[in-house]
Design a protein around this ligand. Structure first.
Ligand code: F6P
Length: 319
């Protein structure tokens, strides 16, 4: 393997830059030329490709976002788009590709591998919804962003004796809401992986109020539905003041935590090792603190496990 390419695709995540840095520097360390593909798969189709050097990735380890930019490409989902992408890779004599992103990005990597172009996927998404790895790059940073916001909301919630419904991202997954709910001491956590009963939510608020609690935090994953509807239900049922905060894209930005930087460094270097060793159609991950790799498609077929223990613990601690 003499030349490899790297791109970021789908929703950006803090730590993607640290992963790019790791892939670039590891490639150069192994005497492999490394090319940055800008604007995700769409940029690949359009040929936005540039050689990267050691200095190209200087001063980015601490930055959120992705220096290669990102996109969600509809064209790349078509056979024609994929053929154009392979043409561009061949034109630049690139022999392998590292893709950093979530499940959609991994499906793209698999398509290219099936068409004879070796790819390795690095999980980068705040959603933590990729099976085959305990953590995705960006999840820990987003989690910390959420709890910092919730801590601030608690101050004002106490002052005004209000119920706050806080909606967090995660697409169809509840990991971010679950971890944030436990870390921020939420009264109830509503996530798509577990059925919820709004009567139980209101009962808990009532019990808390009776023993002098001045506020309640209800953490809602976006995959559950509208935080506004939930807040209205609580307001009508209990005749209390409610407020809704949708944290939105603030969760995707910011400087990556030490955890995400180290994870990104490990996964980036490992992806280069695998390509160098002739592997393809694999995703890298960390499980039980060990670097692992799995067949991309087999991994995506698995159900993303959410921790029952953590969910039960949240119920136990918020009685
Ligand atoms: O996958 C990351 C994510 O932030 C999800 O949590 C969210 O549902 C989605 O992307 C938002 O996408 P966009 O930035 O395209 O609105």
């Amino acid at each position: 393997m003499k030349r490899i390419g790297i791109l970021t695709s789908g929703g950006d995540a803090p730590g993607m830059n640290a992963a790019i840095r790791s892939v670039v520097r590891s490639s150069i360390y192994h005497d492999i030329e490394i090319y940055g593909i800008y604007y995700g798969y769409q940029g690949l189709i359009e040929g936005h490709i540039k050689r990267l050097h050691i200095g190209s990735v200087g001063d980015i380890i601490q930055r959120g976002g992705t220096m290669l930019y990102s996109s969600r490409s509809e064209e790349f989902k078509t056979g024609e788009g994929q053929a154009k992408a392979i043409e561009q890779l061949k034109k630049h004599d690139i022999e392998g590709l590292v893709v950093i992103g979530g499940d959609g990005s991994f499906r793209g990597a698999q398509k290219l591998t099936e068409k004879g172009f070796p790819c390795i996927g690095i999980p980068g998404t705040i959603d933590n919804d990729i099976p085959g790895t305990d953590n995705t790059i960006g999840f820990d940073t987003a989690l910390n962003t959420v709890i910092q916001a919730v801590d601030k909301i608690r101050d004002t919630a106490t002052s005004h004796e209000r119920i706050y419904v806080i909606e967090v991202m995660g697409r169809d997954a509840g990991d971010l809401a679950l971890w944030a709910g436990v870390a921020a001491g939420a009264e109830s956590i509503l996530i798509p992986e577990f059925p919820h009963d709004l009567e139980e939510v209101t009962e808990k608020i009532k019990r808390g109020h009776e023993r002098g609690k001045r506020h309640s935090i209800i953490m809602v994953a976006e995959g559950v539905g509208s935080a506004n509807d939930i807040a209205n239900h609580i307001k009508d049922d209990l005749q209390v003041e409610t407020r809704v905060t949708v944290l939105g894209h603030t969760q995707r930005g910011g400087s990556p935590t030490a955890f995400d930087r180290v994870l990104a460094g490990r996964l980036g270097a490992y992806a280069v090792d695998l390509l160098k060793g002739g592997q393809q159609g694999r995703m890298v991950g960390v499980q039980n603190n060990q670097l692992v790799h799995h067949d991309i498609i087999e991994a995506l077929k698995l159900k993303n496990e959410i921790s029952d223990d953590l969910y039960n613990l949240s119920n136990q601690l918020s009685i």
